[in-house]
Design a protein around this ligand. Structure first.
Ligand code: SF4
Ligand code: SF4
Length: 123
């Protein structure tokens, strides 16, 4: 029997570097297991930071300045993830190539080619 090969999903609105965003677009914010683990850890650090600043009675301004510095150190340093890959984009020197919004593309399924959820991406 002849095997049917689907057309590529590259022009689908859910397509992103060969990964399928359909599930996460359906449940925005709910699919936490697809988030970048480095950014997730940073989020937890932020919660700790806010609590600590409250304990020490720091102003929001002072607290914000300290956090900005801390965030820069983490994001511009070595990303603590075995799958981290440098983008090669000079403007985004330290950002991981697999990062899309706050999502790790490696945690999404691959696009299987045009499927029944395919929607043409129109600019
Ligand atoms: S591969 Fe990149 S985007 Fe994915 S979790 Fe690691 S650092 Fe985050
Ligand atoms: S064609 Fe289907 S599998 Fe591919 S990105 Fe679109 S919705 Fe996902």
């Amino acid at each position: 029997m002849t095997e049917i090969i689907p057309l590529p999903g590259t022009h689908c609105r859910y397509w992103c570097i060969d990964r399928c965003l359909y599930k996460i677009r359906l449940n925005p914010g709910l699919e936490r297991d697809v988030c970048c683990q480095v950014l997730e850890r940073l989020e937890h650090c932020f919660d700790d930071h806010v609590l600590r600043c409250e304990c020490f009675g720091l102003s929001a301004e002072k607290s914000g300045l300290i956090w900005k510095q801390r965030m820069r150190q983490v994001l511009e340093g070595v990303w603590d993830c075995p799958d981290y890959q440098v983008t090669g984009d000079l403007d985004q020197d330290h950002v991981c190539a697999h990062l899309f919004e706050d999502i790790c593309l490696l945690r999404l399924p691959r696009c299987s080619g045009r499927c029944r959820y395919f929607e043409l991406w129109i600019k």
